[in-house]
Design a protein around this ligand. Structure first.
Ligand SMILES: C[S@@+](CC[C@H](N)C(=O)[O-])C[C@H]1O[C@@H](n2cnc3c(N)ncnc32)[C@H](O)[C@@H]1O
Length: 244
């Protein structure tokens, strides 16, 4: 059961603590503790990433959503599935590292298959070339999914399929964002995928501190920016030795 609603400043402090955890097992433990309050707290922070990312994915989706099989990586409590369903996607698998978050995603009843998986140390529990689209929303940052695991997302995506990723662009996440973007570019140069769009959102979510808001680019009014990346897996198998 969710705790009594936190104030905005209590929520900012709690989520700021999460952002400062850079060790994966500690982060998963934090999410296990947070699970029952997660939806309420991200609502207080005006976290819009699931809606914004799924709107982007749906706008570029080439075929009827009812026929597609999707994988939602780091699905949390299932907020991305809520948005996917709104756009008519109804065949959704999810993976998640925190048992308690996964349990809440199960209760939502929108996923046909859910698995516990710590992406990075573990591979995705899926064959290659399996999904029409893969999403990772809110889980590409230090202490969560390492950017070195991005090729694993590409592996499970069908040729011609879409991969939709998000990250934060607040000052403390900039080193991760830069490393992530270098990896995204490397995969494109290797012929693994092609960029469909990059969408910068200035008001991604409320900042957890004044420093994060003040150090963020653009006119943000207490918000931090975030980015949505959409890639399409290429048909051709890249040449050996490209490391995709
Ligand atoms: C900010 S939440 C985002 C959840 C959901 N995608 C959303 O947008 O509401 C980040 C989620 O990623 C999960 N996570 C973090 N690192 C992970 C990893 N390496 N593998 C799988 N899940 C991970 C966390 O347990 C948490 O549920």
């Amino acid at each position: 059961m969710a705790s009594p609603r936190r104030t905005l400043s209590q929520t900012q402090e709690w989520i700021g603590t999460s952002h400062r955890i850079s060790e994966l097992s500690q982060k998963i433990h934090f999410y296990d503790q947070w699970a029952s309050d997660y939806d309420q707290d991200v609502g207080i922070l005006d976290y819009q990433a699931p809606r914004l990312a799924v709107d982007c994915l749906a706008s570029a989706f080439p075929s009827p959503p009812q026929e597609a099989l999707l994988l939602d990586v780091a699905c949390g409590t299932g907020l991305v599935a809520v948005e996917l369903q709104r756009h008519g996607f109804c065949n959704i698998h999810g993976v998640e590292a925190s048992k308690n978050m996964l349990e809440l995603a199960k209760r939502r009843g929108l996923y046909q298959q859910l698995s516990l998986c710590i992406l990075g140390p573990q591979p995705l529990p899926a064959p290659s070339d399996h999904y029409d689209a893969v999403t990772v929303v809110g889980a590409l940052s230090d202490g969560q999914i390492p950017y070195t695991a991005v090729p694993e997302l590409l592996r499970v995506t069908k040729s011609g399929g879409l991969v939709c990723l998000t990250t934060r662009a607040n000052p403390s996440n900039l080193p991760y964002k830069e490393a992530l973007e270098a990896e995204l570019d490397r995969l494109e140069q290797a012929g693994g995928w092609k960029r469909v769009l990059v969408h910068i959102v200035h008001q991604w979510e409320r900042a957890t501190s004044e420093q994060e808001a003040a150090g963020s680019a653009g006119s943000n009014q207490g918000f931090i920016p975030g980015i949505i990346y959409l890639y399409q897996k290429q048909e051709a198998t890249p040449a050996k030795g490209t490391g995709v």
